[in-house]
Ligand binder design. Structure first.
Ligand SMILES: NC(=O)c1ccc[n+]([C@@H]2O[C@H](COP(=O)([O-])OP(=O)(O)OC[C@H]3O[C@@H](n4cnc5c(N)ncnc54)[C@H](O)[C@@H]3O)[C@@H](O)[C@H]2O)c1
Length: 462
């Protein structure tokens, strides 16, 4: 019964990812990477969309980018945020004239959107996902889908009570180098996969961003085990093609928060800016000033908050061992204060290995491609070079193409539904529990999801 529940969620999602694009998958397929201009649709066929959460991610990727690149396929019927000032500023920056709301339910009732983008703080995702589906809309939510197991179970339960669906915006899957690795793993070139090493490095600048804002609080983002690592655990689940079964983890907070040599509420009020390596002058960032500083008086949200505040209750180093249902073992780490940004990934199989070291956002680097190297047990090594392109390794544009453009294919099974969203979060939640208890934690029993070896990849044609 539970298995049926699990696969039902995915079937519902797959059906809607076709429905969102507005076409049957049986129709002649344009390439996933065909770009945005191949197919025109009539104005009245455009999806009626709404955005909830008009912070930087919502305003840019799910606001400006949609207006700029997908207006042939979608029209905004409403924007929503609990901060009225940020809402007004975002509306102006996005350049739409739809109504705005601080009350989500009222927005749903009055504008009846077909598709809602949930791009708020992480702790609010669950309620908005469930309510949007209940009130008749399909949903695309930013990661993480939810921050604890109760929220995940609530989404699984709500999903059974309506015929709407929820896609989790795992843009990391869409980066071409990661899709290339997925293809190698499926091809059998490495034989049977046995173990994976995966280390993610946030540089000082990127790492500090999570300690400036609400992400620093466990109760808002579930810690970086969930907020950030949900991306990484989702990649592992997708690459390994099995559900995670057990997690053992260690974690600590050693650089940010209480460890800092001094502190202030935020950078603008700080007397230590000369000595602080994390000083950020937000007044030089016009977009951040308009979205955040100009609207602090509504909610007290300090976008340039001090990374050394004593209330930081998340971790800045993370290591985990993850056992998969199919026997694969993964060794994972996430560090938040590296001199460079990027990741190392290594897959060991019965016939060989595949390794990659991908450095991200290095303006001094003149390497314009990402590389994975395959080392067969015997014979010559093989190099896979993929051009670097666009935000989040090229993933941001590709996921948006797939959401909006009719006929977009999904050759790498990159669309992620509620089950995928849940399992990626559950690894992080299990890791958190393991850190607290000192014991390995099983995925089964956290929610009604029973780990499986293989996922169902059949698409439903609608
Ligand atoms: N996939 C990616 O690569 C990626 C990148 C950046 C951010 N994100 C995700 O996007 C989301 C937003 O991140 P951000 O950096 O824009 O954060 P942000 O703090 O800048 O913006 C969040 C916005 O949501 C609003 N909000 C909070 N609760 C709300 C509610 N109940 N109803 C309506 N509005 C509400 C806040 O007022 C704020 O304007 C997060 O979930 C984050 O994980 C994903």
């Amino acid at each position: 019964m539970k298995n049926n529940e699990n696969s039902m969620s995915r079937r519902k999602f797959l059906a809607v990812s076709s429905a969102i694009a507005g076409t049957s998958l049986a129709s002649p397929a344009s390439s996933l990477y065909a770009g945005t201009n191949n197919i025109k649709v009539t104005q009245n066929a455009r999806k009626r969309i709404a955005l909830v959460g008009t912070g930087i991610r919502g305003m840019r990727m799910f606001g400006q980018d949609i207006v700029r690149n997908y207006s042939d396929y979608a029209e905004f019927v409403a924007l929503c945020d609990i901060n009225p000032g940020r809402l007004a500023a975002a509306k102006d920056m996005i350049g739409v004239d739809c109504p705005t709301y601080t009350d989500f339910d009222r927005m749903m009732r009055e504008t009846n959107p077909e598709l809602v983008f949930v791009i708020t703080d992480d702790d609010a995702h669950e309620r908005l996902i469930n309510r949007a589906m209940e009130l008749g809309a399909n949903v695309v939510t930013e990661k993480p889908m939810a921050i604890d197991e109760k929220q995940i179970q609530s989404i699984i339960d709500a999903d059974k009570t309506n015929n709407k669906t929820c896609q989790v915006s795992f843009n990391y899957r869409y980066a071409p180098i990661r899709a290339a690795m997925w293809e190698v793993l499926r091809s059998g070139e490495l034989g049977e996969l046995t173990s994976v090493d995966f280390n993610w490095y946030l540089d000082h600048d990127h790492g500090a961003r999570y300690f400036r804002r609400w992400h620093r609080l466990m109760e808002k983002g579930g810690s970086l085990w969930v907020h950030k690592a949900t991306h990484h655990f989702d990649l592992l689940n997708w690459w390994i093609d099995s559900d995670p079964e057990v997690v053992y983890a260690l974690s600590d907070l050693e650089v940010f928060g209480k460890n800092g040599p001094f502190r202030a509420p935020n950078c603008r009020s700080c007397p230590h800016t000369r000595e602080c390596r994390h000083y950020w002058d937000i007044t030089r960032d016009n977009t951040a000033m308009r979205l955040y500083v100009d609207n602090e008086h509504y909610d007290g949200y300090l976008r340039d908050g001090c990374v050394y505040r004593n209330d930081v209750n998340i971790f800045d180093k993370h290591t985990a061992t993850i056992g998969y249902k199919n026997g694969v073992q993964a060794a994972y780490s996430l560090v938040c204060y590296s001199p460079y940004a990027g990741y190392r990934i290594g897959f060991s199989g019965t016939k060989g290995r595949m390794d990659a070291f991908i450095e991200e956002n290095n303006p001094l680097s003149n390497v314009d491609f990402d590389q994975a190297i395959i080392y067969p047990n015997s014979g010559r090594r093989r190099f896979i070079n993929v051009p670097k392109r666009g935000g989040h390794g090229g993933g941001d544009k590709l996921i948006m193409d797939q959401i909006f453009i009719p006929g977009s294919e999904d050759p790498y099974k990159s669309s992620a539904g509620i089950r995928d969203g849940a399992l990626s979060c559950l690894v992080g939640i299990a890791a958190r529990k393991s850190v607290a208890s000192g014991q390995p934690v099983k995925i089964e029993g956290l929610t009604s999801i029973v780990p499986q070896v293989q996922k169902e990849y059949k698409r439903i044609i609608v």
